[in-house]
Design a protein around this ligand. Sequence first.
Ligand SMILES: CC(C)(COP(=O)(O)OP(=O)(O)OC[C@H]1O[C@@H](n2cnc3c(N)ncnc32)[C@H](O)[C@@H]1OP(=O)(O)O)[C@@H](O)C(=O)NCCC(=O)NCCS
Length: 336
Amino acid sequence: MSATIRPARRQRGARISGLGAYRPSRVVPNSEIVERIDSSDEWIRTRSGIESRRWAADDETVVSMSLAAAGKALAHAGVRPDQVGCVIVSTVTHMYQTPSAAAEIAHALGTDHAAAFDISAACAGFCYGLSLGSDMVQAGTAEHVLVIGVERLSDLTDSTDRSTAFLFADGAGAAVVGPAELDEAGIGPVAWGSDGENLDHIRQREDWRDVLASAEPRMPHLVMQGNAVFRWASYAMPTVAQEALAAAGITVDDLDAFVPHQANMRITDAMARQLGLPDTVAIARDIAEQGNSSAASIPLAIERLLETGEVRSGDLALVIGFGAGLVYAAQVIRIP
Ligand SMILES: CC(C)(COP(=O)(O)OP(=O)(O)OC[C@H]1O[C@@H](n2cnc3c(N)ncnc32)[C@H](O)[C@@H]1OP(=O)(O)O)[C@@H](O)C(=O)NCCC(=O)NCCS
């Protein structure tokens, strides 16, 4: 027999060792949105829970916002850029198909030629990235993985579309995933999947070739069947969240926090009800002042819970991302 290949897997766990986030400076209240979509502050608040959202200025790019969030996450983790073995960036709003935002970010941060790639998993992107990073660390593929969720959804939002103009927002969040003893693992097994049958529930309106072929080329905006997404998220996602709890070997009674993708406050409330969360569980409600920032929303929401003191380092949180694809992913994590 020829020589055997040593397997990659090592007996170790993974944890989030540092978190960082970046909120764009521009605060956009509902009053700035309502006229163009014949809406009202009251309608937006009651239907979505959003009071204001953050939109990026011209110089707050996908890369610059990522660098700001990543710098904070690395400092929090006490990890130097040259110790990062891989950079994963989840985004649907980096305007280059290639090269990746991740390669630019890995270089700008000063990593030592870290592996780098982007993923497209919309609002589930942070949890997808966390799962990949966790597997890499457990397998020994990388010692530290930088996972970034970043969006400039304002670029792809039609300001006259009643179902999306008030919803989407911009921002960045980052996590450093590093090794942990097996009995101190800080990232549980992922419960994830996709439902491509419902591609049309949220999507880019047309592809770039159709855009360029049109008489008046314009950004291919995101379009959404709000009601269908709402029903899917409210009824199907609690089951996925339960799977993540079961995979981690815990129940809602062990949880300190619930941090769903900040899609709509009513979806968060519906999920919390269906999961039967005890009153002691802190529920992320960052959407009120941040809007829906897709791949960035979960780390941004965790940052706010830490800032307000609603969660502390060492707490157990259930995170779940879901969105265009349709795609979804959930894990139990320990707050760093
Ligand atoms: C977008 C969303 C807030 C719309 O709420 P909704 O209750 O489903 O609203 P509907 O589209 O059924 O419309 C209800 C009524 O409000 C009106 N309406 C729709 N958009 C409006 C707006 N922006 N302002 C004021 N009225 C509006 C409709 O015309 C309709 O009026 P009618 O009852 O007189 O016909 C909601 O569907 C949603 O949040 N969906 C999920 C979105 C999401 O999370 N997406 C991201 C996932 S990653």
